[in-house]
Design a protein around this ligand. Structure first.
Ligand code: PEP
Ligand code: MN
Length: 368
C-alpha cells in the first residue's frame, strides 16, 4: 500500500536518556508572559529536579483574540532561565523565522506543534531552514507533536522531512487528537497511534503530553501514569508559577510544587513496578495496557454502533419497514470482509464477528 521507504538510520533521541533509565521530563509554562514568570517558574522547576524547560513564545491559538504569545520579546527571558538554572530550553516553532530567531538566540530544543505538523508545506519550510543550521554544524534537536488528526502518516511525514534535512535528534510527542464534542479529555488520546509510530520508526523516543490530552490539571497525573505504564519514554508537562492567572491553558497547568509531588508519586509507582516484576513483565504489562486501550475503544465503538442501530429501528418503525433487509446485510458483509482482509484479518473470523454484532443490532432495533 505504501510506496515510500522509511529511512531513519542514525536517528537519536532529542533528549538524553537519564543514566538511571528513568523517563525524561520536560516541564514549563504553556507560554512566556513576563521575564519574572519565566525565570521564577524555571527556578522552581530546576529545584524540583527537572532539567528541560519548555516555554511557548509563539502560541498557535485556535481562535483569534486569545493570547498568542510574546514572540521574540521572550527569547532573552528563556535564555536567562536556561543560564540561571542549567536547564535545556525548548520552544515551539511554526515558521522558518521562528526557527531562526530561536536557534540564533541559543534555544536548545525546538518543537513542532500539533497545528503545524498537519501542514507539510510549513514543515518542509522549517526543515529547509533547519538544514542550513545542520550544515553549519549546529546540534539541532526537534520534538514533533502528533498532528491534530490521528494520521500516523502525516506525523511520520513531518519527522521524515526533518530527517531528510539532516536533523538527527528527533523525538515524537503524543498530545491527543481533536475530537468533536470531546468531553472528558481536551484532546482524547489514541494510544494505538503512537504505538504504530513506534513500530514504523523503530527506536524513536516517544514522549506523552498529558497536559494537552487532559486539558485539566487533575487529569495530568492519571494520564502520566498511564503513559509511563505503556512504555512512553518521558513526559512533557505544563507548569506555571500561578496557573490560575496563566494567559493560556490555565486549567491544565500545575504549580511546580504540585508537579514535583506528582513526579515523586510516579517514581514510587515505577520503582515498585520494576522491583516486583523485572523487565519482561514490565514489557508484558505495557502490552497488556495497550490491549486494554484497544478493547476500551472497541467497546466505545460497539456502543456507538448499537445506538445507531436503535435510531435505525425507530426510523424503520415510523416508515413501516421490515427490520431485516437481507440485501443490505449481504452487501454489508461483503464490504466489511474485503476491508478486513485488506487489514490482515481472517475473513472467517470477521464473518463470525459481524454475525454476532448484526444479531445484537437486530435485537436492539426490535426492543428499542
Ligand atoms: C503547547 O505545547 O503549548 C501547544 C500549543 O501544544 P499543541 O501543539 O500540542 O496544541
Ligand atoms: Mn499549552
Amino acid at each position: 500500500m505504501k510506496s515510500y521507504r522509511l529511512e531513519f538510520d542514525g536517528l537519536k533521541p532529542a533528549l538524553d536518556i537519564p543514566s538511571d533509565g528513568s523517563p525524561v521530563i520536560i516541564a514549563g509554562p504553556c507560554g512566556a508572559e513576563s521575564r519574572e514568570q519565566v525565570v521564577e517558574t524555571a527556578e522552581a522547576l530546576a529545584g524540583a529536579g527537572i532539567n528541560v524547560f519548555r516555554c511557548g513564545l509563539w502560541k498557535p491559538r485556535t481562535m483569534p483574540g486569545c493570547f498568542e504569545g510574546v514572540g521574540e520579546t521572550g527569547l532573552p527571558w528563556l535564555v536567562e532561565a536556561g543560564k540561571r538554572t542549567g536547564m535545556l530550553t525548548a520552544t515551539e516553532v511554526a515558521t522558518p523565522a521562528h526557527l531562526r530567531a530561536a536557534l540564533d538566540a541559543g534555544i536548545d530544543i525546538l518543537w513542532i506543534g500539533a497545528r503545524t505538523t498537519v501542514n507539510p508545506f510549513l514543515v518542509q519550510e522549517i526543515a529547509d531552514e533547519a538544514s542550513i543550521y545542520v550544515a553549519n554544524g549546529r546540534d539541532v534537536r526537534f520534538l514533533v507533536k502528533n498532528p491534530v488528526n490521528p494520521d500516523v502518516d502525516l506525523w511520520i511525514g513531518a519527522i521524515q522531512r526533518l530527517y531528510n534535512a539532516g536533523v538527527r535528534r528527533i523525538s515524537a510527542v503524543h498530545r491527543g487528537f481533536s475530537a468533536y464534542g470531546a468531553k472528558s479529555y481536551r484532546n482524547p488520546p489514541q494510544w494505538p497511534v503512537p504505538v504504530e509510530l513506534g513500530r514504523r520508526i523503530k527506536g524513536i523516543q516517544i514522549l506523552c503530553d498529558p497536559s494537552h490530552i487532559g486539558g485539566k490539571r487533575e487529569l495530568v497525573e492519571p494520564l502520566a501514569k498511564e503513559a509511563l505504564r505503556m512504555g512512553f519514554d518521558g513526559l512533557i508537562i505544563e507548569s506555571h508559577r500561578d496557573p490560575d492567572a496563566a494567559l493560556s491553558d490555565a486549567r491544565q497547568q500545575l504549580t511546580p510544587a504540585a508537579l514535583s509531588a506528582i513526579l515523586g508519586r510516579l517514581r514510587k509507582t515505577q520503582a515498585s513496578n520494576t522491583s516486583d516484576s523485572g523487565n519482561d513483565s514490565a514489557e508484558l504489562s505495557a502490552l497488556r495496557e495497550q490491549i486494554d486501550r484497544v478493547d476500551d475503544s472497541l467497546m466505545e465503538l460497539l456502543s456507538q454502533r448499537m445506538g445507531i442501530a436503535r435510531a435505525i429501528g425507530e426510523l424503520k418503525e415510523r416508515n413501516n419497514m421490515p427490520v431485516l433487509q437481507p440485501e443490505r446485510y449481504d452487501s454489508l458483509i461483503t464490504g466489511r470482509v474485503n476491508t478486513a482482509e485488506a487489514l490482515g484479518l481472517s475473513p472467517d473470523f470477521v464473518r463470525k464477528l459481524l454475525g454476532v454484532i448484526h444479531e445484537e443490532s437486530l435485537r436492539q432495533q426490535l426492543h428499542k
